[in-house]
Design a protein around this ligand. Structure first.
Ligand SMILES: Nc1nc2c(ncn2[C@@H]2O[C@H](COP(=O)(O)OP(=O)(O)O)[C@@H](O)[C@H]2O)c(=O)[nH]1
Ligand SMILES: [Mg+2]
Length: 154
C-alpha cells in the first residue's frame, strides 16, 4: 500500500483534509481509506499526531513509510513546519506544502503560499476542507507525485 501522510500542527486541519480528499477527489474510496487510483495502485491516507504534539516522535516514525507527505500550514508561524519539511525530504518523501483553511484568508491563502514557496521551493497548494477549494488540485498533485515516484524507483 502506497502511503500519503498528512503532517501538520494540532488543529491545522489534518483530519478535515483527509476526509475532504476521500469525499471529493477519491470518490471510490474503499473502507479504511485504502483506494485504487488509475495507474498508481492502492493508496492509503495516513493521518498523524500533530508535529507540535508531545508524542510527535510517533509522527516521525510514521514518516518512514510515507511516499508523499502533505505538510500542512495554517498560519504565518511555520518554522516548525519548515524543520519537518527537511526531515520528511531526508526520509525520501516527496513533499507538497498545503495551506489549509484557506477560506479564513481574505486572499485565499495566496500570500502565505508565496512566502512558503519562497523559503522552501516546494509545490504549494491552498485548500479549504470547508468549501472544497483546492481539493481537486491537491488530489491531482498527489497522483502526479506518486506516478513520478514510481518512475524513479524503477
Ligand atoms: N474554516 C475552516 N475550518 C476548518 C477547516 N479545516 C478544519 N477546520 C476546523 O479546524 C479545527 C481543527 O480541524 P481538524 O481537522 O480536527 O485538525 P487536526 O487536529 O489537524 O486533525 C476544527 O474545528 C475544524 O472544524 C477549513 O478548511 N476551514
Ligand atoms: Mg486530527
Amino acid at each position: 500500500m502506497r502511503q500519503v501522510g498528512i503532517f501538520g500542527k494540532r488543529k491545522s486541519g489534518k483530519s478535515a483534509l483527509m476526509y475532504a480528499l476521500m469525499n471529493h477527489k477519491f470518490m471510490n474510496a474503499a473502507k479504511y481509506s485504502a483506494m485504487e487510483i488509475g495507474g498508481v495502485g492502492k493508496i492509503m491516507l495516513v493521518d498523524t499526531v500533530g508535529v507540535d504534539a508531545e508524542s510527535s516522535s510517533s509522527a516521525e516514525k510514521s514518516a518512514e513509510s510515507i511516499e508523499v507527505a502533505l505538510m500542512l500550514i495554517s498560519n504565518e508561524s511555520f518554522e516548525l513546519e519548515l524543520a519537518w519539511l527537511t526531515k520528511l525530504k531526508k526520509r525520501g518523501a516527496a513533499v507538497i506544502a498545503v495551506i489549509t483553511q484557506s477560506d479564513k484568508f481574505a486572499d485565499g491563502g495566496q500570500s502565505l503560499a508565496a512566502a512558503v514557496k519562497e523559503v522552501s521551493a516546494l509545490d504549494t497548494v491552498c485548500v479549504s476542507a470547508k468549501t472544497g477549494a483546492g481539493i481537486d488540485e491537491l488530489g491531482n498533485q498527489i497522483i502526479l507525485k506518486l506516478s513520478e515516484e514510481r518512475r524513479e524507483s524503477r
